[in-house]
Design a protein around this ligand. Structure first.
Ligand code: PLP
Length: 390
């Protein structure tokens, strides 16, 4: 690993094969994957339909260019717009890029409406990606400050705080958009109050602002709806997604409707790889599988099972502060930062988990996990937490 830049502190394990919710390391040891590559391999590893779509497409054509028509990209755009209630899509290769497109779209939209310095409202604890623009929208000072000066023109308010948004609306007249996550992912699986998204929607409608949702992590079925906003019965103006869309093939998407869908014009934005044949073939197979395998209902059912099991098993355990979940997006917040390396301890027991800021255990298991595997995940996590007590 010495030839790699040291951007990641990696665990001492190398996987070489996967199947469903299981990964196998180069010693042949099996692990239960409760993270899905951070909500990417939502259909599990080596999903047959996705594998077939990728191999068949690779046999025919991987890439041409956005200088030409790309029929699978057009088909994917129609399918995604149909699912999301949007009109148009711009394809890129990652979540950060999907947000970059949204930020650029909002600025253009502002200029088109004669706003000289169009501002975008973002929230505390937000994570929008690591490129300079997306990082400027991100909150965490630890990952921002080494790279300053960052992009200007963002207003930051507390998450889940409609009054703060109202206040800002009274004070600033150069705001053109609000960019938020429907549930904070990297921020600790924070689920806002019911009515938060519809409240943002009303304020945006009144002010003429674009409501832009970052569904990079929450999208593609993770919460039991294709997009998380669909559980509140509202439509944003812009939605970004990536992670689970290609089940491991890199693809990002920025969806928009109405006037927002017309903001980016010919030549104003682009991507060499974005929406190429291979990525789009994978994403189409993902969408088809989510639909034909009834996975949204399954995510809701599994989510309930896991939430109930944790609630029961962790009852009265005083180092647990809160159990938060929506579908298969699960966070267990501890009362205080852990003193042990829970990720390493879980790995030793054959379970892959993630811990946010030493305090919130994050579980994002694949949708194809069995009830038995889900309960095993609950079991291992429960014993790790109970052992923390010492
Ligand atoms: C992961 C994530 C991103 C960044 O996606 P990349 O593909 O890593 O660039 C942006 N927003 C949210 C909410 C995320 O969870």
């Amino acid at each position: 690993m010495t030839a790699l830049m040291q951007t990641y502190a990696r665990l001492p394990v190398a996987f070489e094969r996967g199947e469903g919710a299981c990964l196998y390391d180069n010693q042949g040891r099996a692990y239960l994957d409760a993270l899905s590559g951070i909500s990417v391999c939502n259909l599990g590893h080596a999903h047959p339909a996705v594998t077939r779509a990728i191999s068949e497409q690779a046999n025919r054509l991987v890439h041409t260019s956005n200088l030409y028509r790309i029929p699978p990209q057009e088909a994917l755009a129609e399918e995604l717009c149909g699912l999301a209630g949007m009109d148009r899509v711009f394809f890129s290769n990652s979540g950060a890029e999907a947000n970059e497109a949204a930020i650029k779209l909002a600025r253009v939209y502002g200029h088109n409406n004669q706003v000289k310095m169009p501002g975008i409202v973002v929230t505390e604890e937000a994570f929008h990606g690591r490129t300079s623009g997306a990082l400027s929208a991100t909150a965490n000072p630890a990952i921002r400050s080494p790279f300053e000066p960052l992009l200007q023109g963002f207003y930051r308010i507390p998450y889940n705080d409609l009054a703060a948004l109202e206040n800002l609306a009274d004070q600033q007249d150069d705001i053109v958009a609000v960019l938020v996550e429907p549930i904070l992912g990297e921020g600790g699986i924070i689920i806002p109050d019911e009515g938060y998204l519809s409240g943002i929607r009303s304020i945006c409608d009144r002010q003429g602002w674009l409501m832009m949702l970052d569904e990079v992590q929450t999208g593609n079925g993770r919460t039991g709806h294709f997009f998380a906003y669909q559980s509140e019965g509202i439509l944003p103006d812009v939605v970004t997604t990536a992670k689970g869309l290609g089940n491991g093939m890199p693809i990002g998407a920025t969806l928009a409707r109405g006037k927002a869908a017309e903001a980016l014009s010919s030549g104003s934005h682009g991507s060499t790889f974005g929406g190429n044949f291979l990525a789009c073939a994978a994403a189409r197979a993902v969408i088809r599988s989510i639909q034909t395998e009834g996975l949204l209902a399954r995510v809701r059912e599994l989510g309930q099972l896991v939430q109930n099991a944790f609630t029961e098993r962790l009852k009265g355990v005083n180092q647990v502060k809160a159990i938060r979940s929506r579908g298969l997006m699960i966070g267990i917040e501890l009362a205080r930062p852990t003193t042990t390396d829970l990720v390493a301890a879980a790995l030793q027991r054959g379970l892959l988990i993630n811990v946010i800021r030493n305090q919130t255990i994050r579980l994002l298991p694949p949708f194809v996990i069995s009830n038995e595997q889900a309960l095993k995940m609950v079991d291992v996590v429960t014993s790790l937490i109970k052992e923390e007590k010492a």
